[in-house]
Design a protein around this ligand. Structure first.
Ligand code: SF4
Length: 349
């Protein structure tokens, strides 16, 4: 068993050590839109199980709203900084719970040292985010994995030189195998917590496939303390995917949410278990904090039997909807009452 990583406090969430794996997303609209809209979005992501949110801070115009978003206290806020170390300093002053810098583009070491100095004064942790696509030019003549590892080693040396260990790392590449390789190599050598993700993972389906492959494998090996599933789509999907990956990885003590099983549907189906009903049900289930299994099946012929492992299930039988519990019929309801009745049973379970 590998030695546990350091535990790093990011607002009210602790990353690393024995703490649960936290789920992150990144805000996809500019910080300069209205604060009310941002806070409503953050509450929505929090209801889905998002633990930490990161904002791009591309210029000084963002800093006022960044401060308001931090002050609202909905969840820990991370500032994502590229190129300009002064924006990191302004974000730290605004009260962010963590600052993420990319050493490949932040420039001279003294700039990183300035950020470290400010973080020491405020107790703010730093995520060193190393991306295969933005390595310093001096590392581009070697293999991608060597380049990422050498960039990481150089950053560890800088942190040690300035006696700063309140840090996490992420080592990302858009190639799954390289991401696996560098994270394994890093975890063997260092005990900084790792933020896992596959960068530029693509649209919904490609990202789900790549991210699941990489993250489930690493998490099962005990590597990774926080995750972000990067998807070219709404943050809701990133958060939901994060929860599903943690469930699939089967990590001990992780039971935040409901496990849904559903049949693939065939010509026998008399209930649209892939349609609007399931979409509404899934949105509701994301807010349920119960360790239960729910089945949504297309027909009664095989439905309850195929889903007998489920605690609660629903299926169609002609014009009627059947709700079942542990494989036995619990009640028959009209389609118009089905959603409400099923939610009631989930609440009661
Ligand atoms: S439960 Fe019914 S609809 Fe779903 S795959 Fe099985 S037979 Fe087809």
């Amino acid at each position: 068993m590998r030695e546990k990583t350091k535990a790093i406090k990011v607002g009210n969430i602790v990353i690393g050590g024995d703490n649960p794996i936290s789920i992150q997303t990144m805000y996809k609209k500019p910080l300069t839109i209205g604060v009310d809209e941002i806070l409503a979005d953050m509450r929505h992501y929090a209801s889905y199980g998002c633990d930490i949110i990161r904002f791009s801070v591309p210029d000084a115009d963002c800093v006022d709203n960044l401060k308001k978003v931090c002050d609202a206290g909905i969840m820990p806020v991370v500032a994502d900084i590229h190129f300009d170390y002064k924006l990191a300093l302004a974000s730290i002053e605004a009260g962010v719970a963590k600052v993420r810098i990319n050493p490949g583009n932040i420039g001279a070491e003294w700039k990183v040292a300035e950020v470290i100095k400010a973080c020491k004064e405020t107790g703010t942790p730093i995520r060193i985010g190393i991306n295969g696509g933005s390595l310093p030019s001096s590392l581009r003549h070697i293999s991608l994995e060597e380049g990422i590892m050498q960039a990481a080693e150089a950053e560890v040396e800088i942190l040690q030189k300035y006696n700063f260990d309140n840090a996490l790392f992420s080592l990302k590449a858009s190639t799954e195998d390289v991401t696996l390789l560098v994270n394994r190599a890093f975890a063997k050598r260092y005990n900084y917590p790792l933020h896992l993700g596959v960068t530029e993972a693509g649209t919904l389906i490609p990202s789900l496939v790549k991210s699941s492959y990489v993250l489930v494998n690493l998490l099962r090996e005990g590597i990774g303390s926080t995750i972000r599933v990067s998807i070219s789509d709404i943050p809701d999907y990133e958060v939901i995917a994060g929860k599903e990956i943690l469930k699939t990885a089967g990590l001990e003590g992780y039971s935040k949410g409901v496990r849904v099983v559903s049949c693939p549907r065939c010509g026998r189906a008399s209930f649209d278990n892939g349609g609007a009903f399931v979409k509404e049900l899934e949105a509701y289930l994301q807010t349920v904090k119960k360790d239960i299994c729910v089945a949504v099946m297309g027909c009664v012929v095989n439905g309850p039997g195929e889903a007998k492992e489920a605690d609660l299930g629903i299926t169609g039988a002609g014009n009627t909807i059947i709700i079942f519990k542990n494989g036995e019929v619990l009640k028959k309801v009209d389609i118009k009452d089905a959603m409400e009745e099923f939610k009631n049973e989930i609440e009661k379970f």
